[in-house]
Design a protein around this ligand. Sequence first.
Ligand code: MF3
Ligand code: CO
Length: 253
Amino acid sequence: MIATTQEEIDNLRKAGKILAGVLRELEAMVKPGATAADLDVAAERAIVREGARPSFLRYKPEGARTPYPAALCVSVNDEVVHGIPTASRVFEEGDIVSIDLGLSYNGYFVDAARTVIAGAGDAAARKLVDGTREALAEAIAAATVGGHTGDIGAAVVRVARTHDLGIVMDLGGHAVGKAVHEKPFIANDGREGEGEKIKEGLVLAIEPMLCESRGEIVLAEDDWTYKMEDGGRAAHFEDTVLITKDGQEILTR
Ligand code: MF3
Ligand code: CO
């Protein structure tokens, strides 16, 4: 959406603050021995407690065979995104755990993700997670009025190259605000100057996904989980941002 009124912006801010707080609670729960289902239960409870609604639960995008069955996506190691949280997914020392959550508040939708290592993790895991966090920061900074959506992905490419990390192909960010996903799609392997022009008030979910090796992905048998084809590990960070006259307001922090 393009947010123009103060009321729209106030609702988006409130939605973003709620989501940021819930994600903080969930991040603290990522420890060896905890399960993905524990996080999902906590996510749904916290969202309802805050007067919002879980927007992923029962979401059925065009082309999906089944509605998404949980509030939270939990994707571990070689899983990239849209991992379905189950009680049999018990976190182990060193697991790279990506949590992705969306909610609506008063009809306004926000979306954000964080990646946390269960325990200390190895040096390569920390490099992957830190590099992906940096890619998000640079991608957000590249989203400016008068620029193009391709500039966002171009920033992701730049950071990935610097750290010798791969870019997950085919997945990316999107506009948001009045629905879970809105157009345009924001590719992470973007090129400067390509794509749509960025306007003041545009609300975007920017979400780089980086990986240890090649970027090809496959869809798992559950019809939801995207995994790295070569079994390498991936990380994912996402924030919902409002494009302002002179920069960006990160709504989900
Ligand atoms: N944050 C996810 C995305 O932008 C949304 C997942 S919807 C779900 O793709 F239904 F898969 F959970
Ligand atoms: Co998203």
